[in-house]
Design a protein around this ligand. Structure first.
Ligand SMILES: [Zn+2]
Ligand SMILES: [Zn+2]
Length: 101
């Protein structure tokens, strides 16, 4: 995904470790575009229940710990954050990667 560098406002890849134009480090961390997508995804996933892979109990809501774009990581060329679930029945903890694109 193409974002705008928070410093020089030029186009830069959301995965760049620095802006190719001005050298600003990790432009996505301070990018309003990335933050907006993150907040949208966060809201969407807050209400999503996921079945426990161990006991099949289906009524588990996620815990989303990350609230900062600094906590987004790049995996196979995509930005993501991790959503954690704890099963209310068997206490098994499991997680899911949520991609921003
Ligand atoms: Zn820049
Ligand atoms: Zn369970």
């Amino acid at each position: 995904m193409i974002i705008h560098c928070p410093e020089c406002k030029k186009d830069v890849s959301s995965l760049a470790i620095k802006c190719p134009h001005c050298g600003y480090p990790y432009p996505y961390q301070k990018s309003p575009e990335v933050k907006e997508i993150f907040q949208k995804k966060r809201k969407e996933f807050q209400r999503r229940k996921k079945k426990c892979p161990r006991c099949d109990y289906a009524d588990n809501f996620p815990h989303i710990y990350t609230d900062h774009p600094e906590d987004h990581y790049a995996l196979e060329g995509r930005l993501y954050f991790t959503v954690f679930y704890e099963c209310q029945k068997c206490k098994h903890v499991y997680s899911e990667e949520v991609f921003l694109d």
